[in-house]
Design a protein around this ligand. Sequence first.
Ligand code: IDP
Ligand code: MG
Length: 138
Amino acid sequence: MERTLSIIKPDGVEKNVIGEVISRFEKQGLRIAALKMVKLTKKDAEGFYIVHKERPFYGSLTDFMSRGPVVLMVLEGENAIARNREIMGATNPAQAAEGTIRKDFASSIEENTVHGSDSPESAAFEIGYFFNAFELCG
Ligand code: IDP
Ligand code: MG
């Protein structure tokens, strides 16, 4: 059993596909262990994406991530980290496989609808960044 952090980014909330995105995770066997909808501050987004602070898109990415509400979730299941990444599709929607969330909903490489942790280490950091022990069910 593994846990991973998932975010429905501001573009996904704006596109009104929260239910559709969650449904894809559930239909593909991932369970929701925690969930909340919040609006991040610029500082919250900067801290979350600290690993990307030297990248040219850091300022724009953290503006985007703090412009409207996001849905934060902990997904749970066998190989949840890798399976979530498969369900999401490639970072750039132009390269995302058919049937993935990013292929179907993302607008651009930046506004790509969902986030998913990329390793056990980042999952541990990212889950702890947003959730405390009382909010993690099961
Ligand atoms: P990932 O979300 O697929 O793991 P990362 O490389 O970790 O992709 O990048 C984090 C986020 O930064 C992406 O999901 C996307 O929103 C944004 N991003 C990545 N590459 C670019 C880029 O070249 N231009 C603008 N935004 C980008
Ligand atoms: Mg990443």
